[in-house]
Design a protein around this ligand. Structure first.
Ligand code: M6R
Length: 624
């Protein structure tokens, strides 16, 4: 939701923090701010709107130079996106500054108590109480890390907090509960950040913090950090905490636009590689699957009698497709559920249930809460995740990482394709260990999956007519999407992309549902995208959707038909025909989704929208 950076080192903290915030701006862009410790005091600046507004402010009103600082880019929860509500928040004396991601649920009570004790709070945020509480605690203990521990014990909710105090100019302190915070350890410098992207250009050594931990990074201290910087981790009560060090396996260029106008364009183009990378090392020389990282023993997988997939947004659409693959290949009943609804309906789970939690960021709060609920009921949880060391894989029994590399654009693209690949692998692996499929059948699908990356590449090479079509529709108000079987989640995904990027009314329907209501929406010239299943395999579905296309066209719809090469039956009814390579039925979403991503991106551009940072959104949704 929000992006946080903290820095201690030998460089200009302002420059380092601003550079970090630029890489985290995808997490939230309602306002931003920085605080720097310099000349025995604390100087701060903050501004509503995008980071560029803050940069302009800093040109007009430069901050003094200092080598310790913090920064924040915000996705507003409590209080609108104004200058006053922007972070950092300071205490009344202006000695402590704090930035925050998450929600302090008991802030109203704390605020009232602070007011009674004479504190003046000037913003509408939940965060500001923390600055005042830190100031109070610091005045009694004289140690920022201890003050943070005392304050965290009073807070309910989810939070990452990073703070500095003018009396400790060599220290930045952070804390986390149910919200991400990583430490970067460089040569004589250290970073606290919501995401490694903030410091990847300076170091690839990171430390993953656990739940309910406080970290102090100190210049010229002693301890486990690099020369000149120490890092110490405790729990909220001061007991030494365990934290895992790891090396970040992607380099700085992965978080750059690399010549593309938008991250989204780059990420769409990276899909063939992302798909291939997600298969890498998971297929043995004989073509069988090897998922060594699955820490759930085969004996447990053999006993599974139900699979439940939980996820949100685009990841949920991947989960809908996973259901079809799991049931088809393993014959185990599988349900896919919106993570935000899951735990509120008292789902039936036990030790024989395998829950698959899909999340690009690994931080989505709804998904995290769903998996915690599942584990409490005794179910085994397998995470499908793109972010090493994030909370969801850490709290799961096992994880299968998607190797998409960092996804910066808010609209998910390459993560979706790799989530599909990972889910296919899980489904096939289940089929393999349970003997639901013969070895040669598994190998056949694995071989087909290995060929898909080349097919995604071919789709990308033929996208110019799709872009042209998208531009021609920039003035439309509504676009509908239809699909059946695996094409239905693809239709939902196409509609979601268009909503979030082009701010247009877009809806996806199961084509069979048309006659039960949605067909009333069809009017002259209404663009309707139809994802057509292969005429091979489930030809009965193909024939039915061809009828659906005729029905809507007869009522004036402008039909945009996505169909595989060689499918001639759709030609007479397609106002626009988008060809995709022929693939096995279940794998078709890997190619049919790509034109819809390109379509939404181009339409948003034509409408003058911010492609990477759509309004009101943020990349990882760390609040419920
Ligand atoms: O990080 P996650 O995969 O858990 O995120 C889930 C959704 O918030 C995400 O897919 C969202 O729907 C995307 N912005 C869609 O493009």
């Amino acid at each position: 939701m929000c992006g946080i950076v903290g820095y201690v080192g030998g460089q200009s903290a302002l420059d380092v923090v601003i550079a970090g915030l630029k890489r985290l701006e995808y997490r939230g862009y309602d306002s931003s701010g920085v605080a720097v410790l310099a000349d025995g005091g604390l100087a701060a600046a903050k501004k509503a709107g995008k980071l560029v507004n803050l940069e302009k402010e800093l040109v007009g009103r430069p901050l003094p130079a200092g080598a310790t600082g913090i920064g924040h880019t915000r996705w507003a929860t409590h209080g609108g996106p104004t200058d006053a509500n922007a972070h950092p928040h300071l205490d009344n004396a202006g000695r402590v500054a704090v930035v925050h991601n998450g929600i302090i649920e008991n802030f109203a009570g704390l605020r009232a108590e602070l007011a009674e004790r004479g504190h003046e709070l000037g913003s509408e945020t939940d965060t500001e109480v923390v600055a005042h509480l830190l100031a109070e605690s610091f005045s009694s203990c004289g140690d920022l890390a201890e003050a943070m521990r005392l304050v965290c014990r009073q807070l309910d909710g989810a939070f990452t907090l990073v703070a500095v105090h003018a009396d400790e100019p060599d220290v930045v302190v952070g804390a986390r509960r149910n919200s991400p915070l990583v430490v970067g350890v460089g040569e004589g410098e250290a970073f606290l950040a919501s995401d490694v992207a903030a410091f990847i250009s300076r170091t690839r050594s990171a430390i993953e913090l656990g739940q309910d931990q406080v970290v102090e990074v100190r210049r010229d201290g002693e301890g486990g950090g690099a020369a000149g910087v120490s890092v110490s981790v405790t729990d909220f009560y001061g007991a030494p905490g365990e934290a895992r060090s790891y090396r970040i396996d992607w380099d700085a260029s992965a978080a750059e636009k690399g010549g593309y106008d938008y991250f989204m364009l780059k990420e769409i183009a990276e899909q063939p590689k992302a798909v291939a990378d997600t298969l890498l090392g998971r297929i043995d020389a004989g073509g069988a699957l090897r998922l060594d990282e699955l820490r759930i023993p085969d004996s447990v997988l053999r006993e599974v009698d139900k699979v439940v997939v939980v996820a949100c947004g685009t990841a949920f659409h991947a989960g809908m497709i996973a259901k079809l693959a799991v049931e088809h290949w393993t014959r185990i009943p599988c349900e896919t559920e919106l993570a935000s609804e899951f735990r509120y309906r008292d789902p039936i789970l036990d030790a024989r249930t395998l829950v698959i939690a899909i999340s690009q960021s690994g931080e989505t709060m709804d998904t995290l809460m769903a998996l915690r609920h599942a584990r409490e009921q005794g179910a085994k949880v397998l995470a499908v995740c793109n972010t090493n060391g994030s909370t969801i894989p850490r709290e799961s029994d096992a994880v299968l990482y998607t190797h998409a590399g960092p996804e910066i654009a808010v609209a998910s693209t390459k993560a979706f394709l790799t989530q599909l690949v990972a889910c296919y692998l899980v489904a096939l692996y289940l089929a393999q260990v349970r003997g639901a499929k013969w070895g040669d059948e598994v190998r056949d699908v694995v071989r087909e999956l290995s060929e898909i990356s080349g097919e995604v590449e071919r789709v990308l090479e033929t996208m110019e007519p799709v872009r042209e079509l998208a531009r021609s529709l920039a003035g439309k108000r509504t676009v509908l999407f239809l699909g059946r079987h695996v094409g239905y989640p693809v239709a939902l995904e196409g509609a979601l992309k268009l909503k979030e990027l082009a701010y247009m009314h877009a809806e996806g329907f199961a084509a069979g549902e048309l006659k039960h209501g949605p067909i009333a929406l069809i009017e002259d010239g209404l663009p309707v995208v139809v994802v057509v299943p292969s005429p091979r395999g489930r030809s009965v579905l193909h024939d039915k959707i061809v009828s659906n296309i005729q029905e809507i066209r007869a009522r004036g719809a402008r039909t945009i038909v996505i169909a595989e090469e060689g499918d001639e039956a759709v030609v007479p009814y397609a106002d626009h025909l988008i060809r995709i390579p022929a693939t096995p039925t279940l794998l078709q979403p890997l190619v049919s989704t790509v034109p819809l991503q390109v379509f939404a991106c181009e339409l948003a551009t034509a409408r003058g929208n911010e492609v990477d940072q759509p309004r009101n959104l943020a990349k990882s949704v760390t609040v419920e």
